[in-house]
Write a protein that binds this ligand. Sequence first.
Ligand SMILES: NC(=O)c1ccc[n+]([C@@H]2O[C@H](COP(=O)([O-])OP(=O)(O)OC[C@H]3O[C@@H](n4cnc5c(N)ncnc54)[C@H](O)[C@@H]3O)[C@@H](O)[C@H]2O)c1
Length: 303
Amino acid sequence: MKRVHVTGANGFIGREVIARLREAGYAVTGSDLRASPDVRALDLRDRAAVVALMGELAPDIVMHGGAISGAMLATDDPALMFDVNVMGTLNIVEAMRRTGTARLVFLSSNAVYAEADTRDPVPEDAPCGAADAYGASKLAAESVLRAYAASFGIGVVALRISSVFGAERVTPYLISQTLDAVRNGAPIEVTDTRSNMRQFVHVSDAARAVCLAVAAVREGFTPVNITGGTYLSEEQVVRLLLAGLPAPALSVIADRGRHDDGRVGPLDISRAAALLGYAPSVDIAEALTALARPIVPAITPTS
Ligand SMILES: NC(=O)c1ccc[n+]([C@@H]2O[C@H](COP(=O)([O-])OP(=O)(O)OC[C@H]3O[C@@H](n4cnc5c(N)ncnc54)[C@H](O)[C@@H]3O)[C@@H](O)[C@H]2O)c1
């Protein structure tokens, strides 16, 4: 039975990944900033603690998801973004080098790609060059991992995942902001559709891709795009989300720079299909509409 250690174990994606890995028969341990049942406390910034935990647990594979997760976070503290996302990743892979773990799956992001005005598909060799601290931190972390893969034989799959959605997500994004507005009777605003396309992937598909990568990771550094298979304008996403609700009014406003998905073209996922056997399985339109269903009673007049 292979041992997998999951960082970010209490997070939105981490929890789903752990459940699936256990179902698949792996022996899974988890760590996160705060301990919880079955999850060890570990601050990724503390190299000595990371080395000690990796030495103690001796996993075969690490699934590194612990991070400040998104461009909308730590905007007033970019150093925190880099401390956790870059130095935290360095500490993990350095601990692996010292203690003999040779395989890593890293949760990277489509935010590593350079923004482009075209809507051409984006393969993994497309130009990188992140426009914000989050994307830059993921790109820098990938650089660290690429060097460890080349110099120390640590095999890495870096999953460049697009925006992940699902009922359990806690970090703020278009979907939760829209549903909050509906609940509060606030105006629902979507930004200019030409400059802000969305390529969501459902958390169950993202977690399945992670499990496929855990099974497939070999020598070398391999970036792999993961997305849900749709490429929708912000307005299309919001309309799908609100499809089951009584006539919500939308106002389209000028782009205010809300770009938590990055302004990149649709991710080309042919490598994910070829190397991992991944294909999206969740119908995004249905899943979006289903997300809004629980709030219908709250906004339907009772008299
Ligand atoms: N959610 C998305 O849309 C998305 C898309 C692409 C990639 N990712 C990546 O996937 C991973 C998980 O994202 P998520 O959406 O589950 O986010 P999340 O915020 O729910 O989970 C991240 C976890 O990391 C932990 N963490 C933060 N700082 C830490 C530290 N110093 N030490 C140890 N743990 C720390 C948090 O406590 C949290 O449990 C992240 O690496 C993120 O960058 C997320």
